[in-house]
Design a protein around this ligand. Structure first.
Ligand code: SAM
Length: 224
């Protein structure tokens, strides 16, 4: 039996109301997503909290994010790493980065977040060339066709034990279609194949339903 999308939303609302402590700054960051180039593309509140919990469980102090948007997930991550932590977040659009910077200031975490504007592949390459300290946790949530490139860059920028989370890997079930003409689906399939072929990586994927529809995450642990 399939529950309806309405039921998924109701369950998400119940979980968020019961367990997810969104303050004014997080609500403002989420709502400001409407003014970005990709309205409603931020993670759901219970997913933001999942990222924060994963980060804390991994003991992460340094986080790298591909795809900032209005900084909603960034605020969750920046709060999770605490005062001694640092987040580097990569965003293509200056317009979105400006909104994110305001939200990060309002959330009290601006001094521990660096928003790098430009194509994420180029920003990540610069971090590699500059010899950036390894990141403990990576959240890949930008343009999906570039997922394989973002994984490759992440492997240059992490250490054994680091965790990498990739968002939107289900795409309403389209991920199972090898002949899909959707480049985003092919980006997910390619990155999953790369993960499977890399002996350093251990991973699983989970489907999710809820206020963001039917989608899912891949969670990767870099073993060596
Ligand atoms: N992580 C955000 C959150 O949950 O609040 C949502 C990110 S949204 C799904 C994807 C973001 O990636 C958008 O802000 C988009 O502008 C950005 N983006 C798209 N292509 C990009 C690229 N080539 N380099 C960097 N960012 C890119």
């Amino acid at each position: 039996m399939y529950a309806s999308e309405t039921a998924w939303r109701e369950v998400d609302a119940y979980f968020v109301e019961t367990l997810v402590d969104e303050d004014k700054a997080l609500i403002a960051a989420r709502e400001s997503g409407q003014r970005t180039t990709m309205p409603q593309a931020e993670v759901a509140p219970n997913q933001g909290k999942l990222l924060a919990l994963l980060c804390q469980m991994a003991g992460a102090r340094r986080v790298l994010e591909f795809g900032t948007l209005a900084g909603y997930s960034t605020v969750w991550l920046a709060r999770a790493v605490g005062g001694g932590g640092f987040v580097t977040t990569l965003e293509l659009e200056e317009h979105n980065a400006g909104i994110a910077r305001t939200n990060l200031r309002e959330a009290g975490v601006a001094e521990r977040v660096e928003v790098l504007v430009g194509p994420a592949g180029e920003s990540a390459q610069r971090l590699i060339e500059e010899g950036a300290e390894p990141y403990d946790f990576v959240f890949i949530d930008a343009d999906k066709p570039s997922n394989p490139a973002y994984l490759k860059a992440s492997l240059e920028l992490t250490r054994p034990g680091s965790v990498i989370v990739i968002d939107n890997v289900v795409r309403n079930g389209a991920v199972t279609d090898p002949a899909s003409e959707d480049e985003r689906v092919q980006g997910v399939r390619a990155v999953l194949a790369d993960i499977a072929a890399d002996a350093r990586l251990d991973a699983t994927s989970l489907q999710t339903v809820g206020s963001k529809g039917w989608d899912g995450f891949t969670i990767v642990r870099r073993a060596r």
